[in-house]
Design a protein around this ligand. Structure first.
Ligand code: MN
Length: 290
């Protein structure tokens, strides 16, 4: 099942270039009181929501996919976890370019560990990216994103995929420089998730997905998730050694080689096999916008 959040917080079922409005399925979510749990409620209650979606689909109004605005399919992730250099060729690329690395930031991922991006940086495909600082090199990074579906700590590799709700395409937008990763990758709109959530039952093997990112029609990044240094299952194991994973937590799995600067006016086209395609526009820094 492919579930999107669209327009003004509508819930959509995506099928054949159509979006079926199944917002009523959100009635399956529990009434909560303060303090709210640190998990995304749609993902935490995904089985109940899916059951309602199945019942609503035959009578749901549909809209052309191209006519809707796509928001982040996960609205309230408790954590946005991300892997630093996790493709062999990207590691080589970074080591070969002084513009891309500073001092001791580049280690093998097992030494470097994972990092967190601010939840406030999260947007959907139609929001686009608004450049936050002028005069600083800002790069695109396309990544497979794991959406955690079931809580767990110290998860065994054999159990890892049972903790996955689904997958999306992510863009980990990055200012190059010497600051901590969490600082220069967490500007508003620097984490793009979309175009929707593809539930895990549709993806037999997340370790064999082709992915490609184009800017203004030209290919910049193109690889297959089989080239990940630490693959999907092992990343879940690694993250859960340090963090209790909660439904709705996102794990950005790392970007392949081919990172390059983005500029205001660029249009990014991000595609991952079986997960869809999303167009993401790059907007000028707010103070420069006319
Ligand atoms: Mn990244």
């Amino acid at each position: 099942m492919k579930l999107c959040r669209f327009n003004k917080n509508r819930l959509g079922l995506v099928q054949d270039e159509q979006v079926f409005d199944v917002t009523e399925a959100l009635d399956a979510l529990p009434a909560l009181s303060y303090p709210y749990p640190l998990e995304d409620q749609l993902v935490a209650n995904l089985a109940a929501v899916r059951s309602r979606v199945d019942g609503l689909k035959s009578t749901a109004a549909s809209l052309p996919l191209a006519s809707v605005s796509l928001l982040s399919p996960v609205a309230n992730p408790g954590k946005i976890i991300a892997a630093p250099v996790n493709y062999v060729k990207h590691l080589q690329e970074v080591l070969n370019d002084r513009n891309l690395h500073h001092d001791n930031q580049i280690n093998h991922i097992e030494k470097a560990g994972l990092f967190l991006k601010a939840r406030s940086s999260l947007v959907g495909a139609s929001d686009g990216v608004t450049l936050g600082l002028s005069g600083r090199r800002t790069d695109h990074e396309i990544e497979l994103v794991i959406v955690i579906g079931k809580a767990g700590k110290d998860i065994a590799v054999s159990e890892a995929l049972s903790h996955v709700a689904g997958y999306s395409i992510g863009l980990d937008i990055t200012i190059r420089g010497a600051e901590e990763r969490s600082f220069r990758k967490s500007l508003d709109s620097y984490t793009v998730l979309g175009p929707w959530l593809t539930t895990a039952d549709e993806i037999a093997d997340p370790g064999t997905l082709d992915l490609e990112l184009k800017i203004n029609g030209g290919t910049r990044q193109k690889t297959n998730t089989s080239d990940l240094i630490i693959g999907v299952e092992a990343l879940i194991v690694f993250a859960s050694k340090f963090y209790t994973l909660q439904p709705g937590d996102l794990i950005f799995t790392g970007t392949p080689e081919g990172v390059s600067p983005i500029e205001a006016g660029d249009s990014l086209d991000a595609w991952i096999d079986q997960l869809g395609r999303m167009k993401v526009d790059i907007h000028p820094a707010a103070e420069q916008a006319q």
